[in-house]
Design a protein around this ligand. Structure first.
Ligand SMILES: Cc1cc2nc3c(=O)[nH]c(=O)nc-3n(C[C@H](O)[C@H](O)[C@H](O)COP(=O)(O)OP(=O)(O)OC[C@H]3O[C@@H](n4cnc5c(N)ncnc54)[C@H](O)[C@@H]3O)c2cc1C
Length: 508
């Protein structure tokens, strides 16, 4: 695997399950609508290209981030260059009764940014414009995260966001967005001040707290793909001159003490501190690592990590702590330490893109209570079991915890659609494998992950992160949205009464 984020070994989703649900969802629209549709007319009406089966680029253009979804074959992929192009696409799918899916970075863990009908791709709308006087940034809805950070960097400003460089701003923002400065500045959607979106009726709307305020509320955490196709986002920005990046590891024999120490430290530190904890197994060994960032001086960061060492009861066996820029920190978090911004893309996204796609299977939990010693034991034995699970050569499995608290939890659960405001940390359970892995070994890795998640889940709150969308989650309405679901449903009824936008876990 080429580095697709330091956390990439912990990213994943159920291949066969995801595909099965997708085809079940989209089969309600008949294949005859696809063949009856006048695709040439659509191509003429768009300012951006329309890619159809048979075109030389079709097989690369139809791909999502995860190769598990390579079997999906949309009837058309429209690269929209403007909100007007998006409105044209929506009029077209309404006319021919075609399935439609918006696509940005293509990182949906369930493959739900593809369809058998028309993919409305927004990646051609990707300019990043900083208004220093207003302290805001307006980014095209197709902006990828590393380009967003790169656009902000010369202005010394930041907006919290995730670490995978090729994740799209649209999916991330509409489902929340957790990243290295979230304890200081909230989730990505907390920083959204305005949104341009094309709704099912084809209207191009500019939403904020005064205009289409309920739609604006829903798009801050209600999840991508539900309410329309976003075309641009305006965020408030935060001055950021630099930050301290750290990585610490201990021997696996100390893992129980590290987890206990970390959970008493990371969610309760100052807002400027963010940290994650990784338990991982693969290559015949289990490992534990703590990473993080601190918005302040190296001396203050060193004092804080000393507190962690005291809580753990030992010094780490290796440690790295350095002052750097926000952009460089995001390149490191992206696994692009030695790469340029241009190279920190997938091939085809930029001329020099050097990253690779990654097959993964993943689930999530949000923990609102500290882990008991029994829960810690479950996490350790569950991680170790990967080593004997019969996974693919080069495959790995584990869990990553991201510290919450701070600014994330100071927003009321109903203030935006992003409901998760009482977490201490969120967990992402993941297993991944290489493209050549045999199906039987992949199946064993997925079985391991379901069992690991099942054992740990009973200690969690029942909430799950909607951006780690999980086709196997049966109580997803409650898990992703809690008490906000009924209002989301009302917004859906108002802006998409005909349910143009649908997928197995769409708001209804
Ligand atoms: C490797 C990896 C690393 C990740 N790291 C992080 C992380 O650090 N922090 C974090 O919070 N999350 C992270 N995520 C999760 C990520 O936020 C979600 O997968 C997100 O939905 C991806 O957005 P996208 O635009 O790339 O995906 P897409 O697959 O393009 O879209 C996701 C959903 O949003 C819809 N959508 C896309 N564009 C639009 C639009 N313009 N308007 C309306 N709906 C739209 C799609 O139809 C789909 O339903 C990671 C995911 C992966 C695979």
């Amino acid at each position: 695997m080429t580095d697709q984020g330091r956390r990439s070994f912990l990213r994943a989703a159920g291949a066969t399950a995801g595909l099965a649900v997708l085809s079940a969802c989209t089969s309600s629209k008949s294949g005859s609508s696809v063949t009856a549709a006048d695709w040439n007319a659509l191509a003429k009406d768009l300012s951006g290209p329309l890619v159809r089966p048979g075109s030389s680029s079709y097989d690369t253009d139809r791909r999502l981030f995860d190769p598990r979804f390579d079997g999906l074959r949309p009837a058309g992929i429209a690269y929209c260059r403007s909100p007007h192009d998006v409105a044209t696409c929506l009029a077209y799918v309404r006319k021919y009764d075609l399935p439609v899916a918006a696509r940005c970075g293509g990182h949906s863990y369930a493959g739900w940014s593809s369809t058998t009908g028309l993919v409305v791709d927004v990646t051609a709308m990707a300019t990043v414009q900083v208004d220093t006087a207003a302290g805001t940034v307006t980014a095209g809805a197709g902006t990828r995260l590393i380009d967003f950070y790169n656009g902000l960097a010369p202005h010394g400003r930041a907006v919290p966001g995730g670490s995978c460089p090729t994740v799209g701003l649209s999916g991330l923002t509409m489902g929340g967005g957790v990243g290295v400065v979230s304890r200081a500045y909230g989730v990505t959607s907390d920083n959204l001040v305005q949104l341009q979106i094309v709704t099912a009726d084809g209207r191009i709307r500019t939403c904020d707290t005064r205009s289409d305020a309920d739609l604006f509320w829903a798009c801050r955490g209600g999840g991508g793909g539900n309410f329309g196709v976003a075309t641009s986002f305006t965020f408030t920005t935060h001055p950021i001159s630099g930050l301290v990046l750290f990585f610490l590891s201990w021997p696996w024999s100390q893992a129980d003490k590290v987890i206990a120490g970390w959970q008493s430290w990371a969610p309760h530190g100052p807002d400027q501190l963010w940290s994650n904890l990784h338990l991982a197994a693969g290559g015949g060994a289990a490992s534990i690592e703590v990473g993080g960032t601190y918005l302040g001086s190296v001396a203050e960061a060193a004092r804080l990590v000393d507190q962690l060492y005291a809580a753990v009861g030992s010094q780490p066996s290796s440690h790295f702590l350095e002052n750097t820029s926000y952009l460089h920190a995001m390149l490191v978090e992206a696994g692009c330490t030695t790469l340029s911004v241009e190279a920190c893309h997938l091939p085809g996204q930029t001329p020099g893109g050097q990253l690779s796609r990654q097959a993964q299977f993943t689930k999530s939990d949000i923990f609102t209570r500290p882990l008991s010693s029994a829960a810690i034991g479950t996490l350790l034995s569950g991680t170790e079991k990967f080593l004997t699970a019969g996974g693919a050569s080069g495959g790995s499995g584990g869990v990553a915890f991201d510290a919450l608290g701070g600014a994330v939890n100071r927003v009321a659960p109903g203030a935006t659609a992003y409901v998760h405001r009482d977490g201490l940390f969120q967990a992402q359970y993941t297993t991944d494998w290489s493209g050549s892995a045999p199906a039987s070994a992949i199946g064993r890795q997925q079985t391991w992950l379901r069992s690991f998640y099942g054992a740990a889940h009973r200690y969690a709150s029942g909430q799950a992160y909607q951006n780690y969308i999980d086709p196997e989650l049966t109580d997803w309405r409650q898990a992703y949205y809690g008490a906000n679901y009924s209002r989301l449903s009302q917004v859906k009824a108002r802006y998409d009464p005909g349910r143009l936008f649908r997928f197995p876990q769409a708001i209804t």
